[in-house]
Design a protein around this ligand. Structure first.
Ligand code: SAM
Ligand code: SF4
Length: 338
């Protein structure tokens, strides 16, 4: 088929071979980070050279192409998105795209004291802020260098900036922070925030712990929480491996993200872009398309870009199979875009 015919056939919505409509993009803006969480990356990381990372213009062109193809929600992530130079400019340019319903971000919160207000003003509606421990020593241990008091300052700044919603994210590891799930939930509820508890995924191998020994299932976390909170299942879903419960007597929700114990792949609605421009079709598989080379070989050709995205979607796998005893996926989470 010649290129003109291919372009005519590019669909205006993204539906994969299993009938799933993809309307959610996680866009990684950097692989770099100001922390080194033990479950996410090695202590001694080599980051990508800057020229391999997508430029601000390339990120905006990609976002536009995806929105024109039917993406409704974009989450900026990384690495740590707030260490990316000109991130505020990027938020502003993406939030102005017609047809995009929501732009959100996942951050470790360390730079929020300086940036929360500007992010809100640039159009960011919601924020996910990660935290795995409310004990300063444990926080430092799990992040390798994080300062919990700075994290608290970030929360105060985010609340002051009036985001429509703030959700906390905690990865739960047996023997590290599984004794804190109730305290973390209390913190969220008493500050009128939501919180999600995440099962650890075997992305990249770790020197600090054996992932097969630190697994804690969502069912186990929920059982602990139910000793203190009355949880009622919510019909709300964001697609993918998360399920939410309302905390009775509060405005908060508790989410259980269970990529290991229950992946809900049949309702997957998302794809991910890595910081170097690889479209990853599934977190637990390596199927991908190199969109950076498409953009760099044909700068400004948005039709071609959209066509390549639609074509790539045909290879979205039906599901993932994670096994904590095996590291099938060697890329770390900071490379993947969480
Ligand atoms: N730096 C930001 C942060 O920490 O929020 C955004 C990127 S981080 C990779 C996104 C999310 O992925 C965080 O909530 C983090 O806790 C989670 N994460 C990192 N490695 C993980 C792993 N191996 N399994 C499950 N979740 C992980
Ligand atoms: Fe950085 Fe986020 Fe990974 Fe922690 S989880 S090392 S904050 S990218």
């Amino acid at each position: 088929m010649d290129r003109d015919n291919q372009l005519k056939e590019a669909p205006s919505s993204l539906v994969d071979p299993f009938g799933r409509t993809i309307d959610y993009l996680r866009l990684s803006v950097t692989d770099r980070c100001n922390l080194r969480c033990t479950y996410c990356m090695a202590e001694d990381m080599t980051f990508l050279p800057r020229q391999q990372i997508l430029s601000l213009e390339e990120l905006r062109d990609l976002a536009l192409a995806f929105v024109e193809l039917g993406i409704k929600k974009i989450r900026l992530t990384g690495g740590e998105p707030l260490v990316r130079r000109d991130i505020i400019k990027l938020v502003r340019s993406i939030s102005n795209i017609n047809g995009l319903e929501e732009i959100t971000m996942t951050t470790n919160g360390m730079l929020l004291p300086k940036m929360a207000q500007q992010l809100r003003q640039a159009g960011l509606a919601r924020l996910n802020i990660s935290v795995d421990s409310l004990k300063p020593t444990k926080f430092r241990e799990m992040t390798r260098n994080g300062d919990l008091s700075l994290w608290y300052e970030g929360i105060v700044a985010a609340k002051k900036a009036n985001f429509t919603k703030i959700k906390l994210n905690a990865v739960v590891l047996a023997g590290f922070n599984d004794d804190e799930v109730i305290d973390l939930a209390h913190f969220a509820v008493s500050n009128e925030m939501d919180i999600s508890f995440i099962e650890e995924m075997p992305l990249g191998s770790m020197s600090t712990h054996d992932r097969s020994k630190t697994q804690v299932s969502s069912a186990n976390i929920r059982e602990k929480l139910e000793t203190k909170f009355h949880l009622i299942d919510s019909v709300e879903t964001t697609g993918g491996p998360s399920r939410y419960s309302n905390v009775v007597g509060s405005t908060s929700k508790i989410g259980f993200i269970s990529p290991m114990s229950n992946n809900f792949c049949e309702s997957c609605n998302r794809v991910r872009m890595t910081a170097e421009g690889r479209l990853l079709l599934c977190l637990g598989n390596e199927h991908s398309a190199d969109l950076r080379s498409v953009m760099r070989s044909h700068p400004g050709d948005q039709d071609l870009l959209k066509n390549e995205i639609s074509k790539a979607l045909k290879s979205k796998p039906e599901r993932h199979y994670f096994d904590p005893n095996k590291i099938d996926i060697v890329r770390f989470m900071n490379m993947t875009g969480g």
